[in-house]
Design a protein around this ligand. Structure first.
Ligand SMILES: NC(=O)c1ccc[n+]([C@@H]2O[C@H](COP(=O)([O-])OP(=O)(O)OC[C@H]3O[C@@H](n4cnc5c(N)ncnc54)[C@H](O)[C@@H]3O)[C@@H](O)[C@H]2O)c1
Length: 411
């Protein structure tokens, strides 16, 4: 059976996870995964010794046995060779995602990969071809598909409450200006912030334009529209604003003549990409990580019978679609269309946490599917479709915002 027809891997009684990259995201993953019955963290890989020690400290504090440790930039190869690992869970910086995922699948392991799962179209194809050939799952760790508001929206769409879907909007609007410059250890400048390893995000954004981080906004909208099922993304146009936010922040923080303020940063402050789907729908996706403004993923979906929009959540429906539902009406609708995953597990997910609960719900889902030998909620085709905007947006921007075809990864 192929991934197109709901590929199932043989069920696993217990799942042994090896984690690549024990930074901010990986450390939280260790702490979440060990709360799931029949799931063990058996291996850790990183380029820094102290990260491996922190991962094993977290295991010891939870009364779990220590994990195997692998140190070095290509230590994910040795981790993936371990006979004590079933799933390689990749939470390292972006450039490591695709090579580590391919290495895992080549060695017979399933790969669970942080987003974007690959940074180039070529690597998206490598993920697809490797998953198909090795018959291993590529599980995109897109937690935003498991937010309670996104799952409510999905249920409204699937139940036809919004009518025929016509247009969606999503985004990653998150002011990371301070975080970009923070130090890993004690944070030289920002004591409350733990920075990224080697300023990897800032370094990427210094040399790339377009939208390097598209999936938190795009993936849920693709779910609503059944992209890679009854619809597919056809082409995209993308436009970037000028860069000013990072330079302004660095000048305020470090001084106008500091190296940080004098450096060149290619990434425009606000990137806007618009897809057309095969069924003629449109999807607008934004990326803004250096503008002083509140967090938002927009999460808007509009159909022939009504609209849902996030931040804050609101819904308007025919015949009264000129105004948003009152608080009590919205609460009733939410109760009526609460998604089964939320009904079953949201209280527990909220308690364990991770972006309000969606991280844990995501981990509960993929581990349950693997334990029961069921198809994954999202496949390697979804991973490739959502991730390829990184390169496509940059290409479109560079060529004067021309339309660029989205590869048909399902073929
Ligand atoms: N889904 C979400 O909500 C969410 C949130 C935050 C981060 N992320 C993603 O998680 C990933 C990690 O982000 P982060 O904020 O934890 O970064 P981080 O810098 O805090 O952690 C990265 C870790 O990877 C290690 N590392 C670097 N190169 C490595 C290599 N070759 N092999 C093994 N380990 C290596 C670093 O030492 C560090 O410990 C990124 O892809 C990011 O986009 C996702």
């Amino acid at each position: 059976m192929s991934f197109k027809d709901g590929f199932r891997a043989p069920p696993l009684k217990r799942i042994r996870v090896g984690i690549v990259g024990i930074g901010r995201r990986g450390d939280c993953a260790v702490k979440r995964l060990i709360k799931i019955p029949d799931v063990e963290v058996t291996a850790l890989s990183d380029v820094e010794d102290f990260r491996l020690a922190e991962g094993n400290d977290a295991l010891a504090n939870a009364g779990k046995p220590p994990a195997e440790t692998y140190l070095g930039a290509d230590s994910y190869l040795r981790l993936a060779d371990s006979p004590n690992v079933d799933v390689v869970y990749i939470t390292a910086p972006w450039p490591v995602h695709a090579p580590a995922a391919v290495a895992a699948m080549e060695r017979g392991k399933h790969a669970a990969v942080e987003v974007p799962c690959a940074m180039t179209v070529e690597d998206c194809w490598r993920l697809v071809e490797t998953a198909e050939r090795t018959k291993r799952h590529l599980i995109p760790l897109e937690n935003c598909c498991y937010g309670d508001e996104e799952l409510f929206a999905l249920n409204l769409c699937r139940s036809g409450v919004l009518g025929e879907l016509v247009h969606g909007e999503g985004a990653y609007i998150h002011n990371l200006a301070a975080e970009n410059f923070a130090e890993v250890d004690g944070c030289k400048y920002f004591t409350a912030l733990r920075g990224s390893w080697d300023r990897w995000r800032l370094k990427w954004n210094a040399v790339h334009d377009g939208n390097p981080y598209p999936t938190h906004g795009l993936a849920p909208i693709c779910k609503y529209m059944d992209v890679n099922g009854s619809d597919r993304l056809d082409y995209v146009v993308s436009v970037s604003s000028r860069q000013a936010g990072i330079t302004a922040f660095a000048a305020r923080q470090f001084g106008a003549s500091s190296p940080e303020a004098m450096d060149t940063y290619r990434l425009g402050d606000v990137n806007t990409s618009i897809f057309k789907t095969a069924k003629g729908r449109t999807i607008m996706i934004q990326h803004a990580v250096s503008s002083p403004r509140p967090y938002s993923r927009i999460n808007l979906i509009s159909g022939t019978k009504g609209i849902l929009s996030g931040y804050p959540l609101k819904v308007a429906l025919l015949p009264d679609s000129d105004k948003w539902l009152q608080e009590t009406e919205l609460a009733e609708l939410r109760k009526q269309y609460e998604h089964p995953f939320v009904k079953e597990s949201w209280e527990l997910a909220k308690k364990v946490g991770g972006h309000g609960g969606m991280d844990f719900l995501m981990d509960l889902r993929w581990t349950a599917c693997l334990k029961n030998g069921e198809p994954m909620d999202s496949t390697v085709y979804d991973a490739a479709t959502w991730s390829c905007l990184t390169e496509l947006s940059e290409k479109s921007v560079a060529a004067g915002s021309i339309p660029v075809k989205v590869p048909d990864f399902i073929r």
